[in-house]
Design a protein around this ligand. Sequence first.
Ligand code: GLU
Length: 281
Amino acid sequence: MFRTRFAPSPTGPLHLGHAYSALLAYDMAVAAHGEFLLRIEDIDQSRSRPAWETQIYEDLKWLGLSWPEPVMRQSERLEAYADALDDLWSRGLLYECTCRRADIAAAAAAPQEGAPMFGPDGIVYPGTCRDQAARTGPRPKNAVLRLDMARALADMAGLSFDETGVNPAHVNLSAQEILRSVGDVVLARREMGTSYHLSVVLDDAAQGITHVVRGADLFEATQIHVVLQSLFRLPTPVYHHHRLIRDGNGKRLAKRDDARAIALYRNEGKSVSEIRSLTTG
Ligand code: GLU
């Protein structure tokens, strides 16, 4: 079954960019006689608010979307994330990182390192803790855990995914390039017990998503997701990264751009077809 999803974080109002993404995922599912699912990405409990979640449901219903219940909420999936981390830990693929942000920036900028490399998660980790941290015994809890990317990639060949969005292609990934430009990503954050990358991969698989529709800003992160799918022997969905909706100055919309919140258009009496034309114009 062809299945898409919209996966917002309840950390602010949905704006036109979200409307575009949700409508596109919905329209693609309808056209393929498939299913459109909703998932609430609320692992960041310090920023997620029930009121924003309620407003997400209201905005999406107003846009004419519907989805099967119950809605998956990441805050209810912490056990699945912990099990996956236990699995990687027992395979020696994770290590605890005790670096502070400033330590990482300083180490990455050290003269022998050359200019720091920026990947999908910011500065590529220079590896300070990689060889020092113990990897045996119980998995450290409430700790920052990084994936040992070199080890993770050791037995992997032929990593790739199909992209149908802005630049359609069969994208072949190179292990060497992933090591250089992504490195040892964080899979468990302190306080959170998981990370965006880990959760999104496990949840897309658990929901049987065949086509991931999302903004082009997440294209670079997809290589991390493909590595994780390979580690967990999960299928790789087709990815459709769409263009980003920008404001009048060409700046991409952010949650703080309340002026473009769907709720405000709604209160002004705009119609859904007007919203559709605003996002396609
Ligand atoms: N929760 C993410 C966001 O709101 C979307 C993640 C995804 O679509 O993979 O930006």
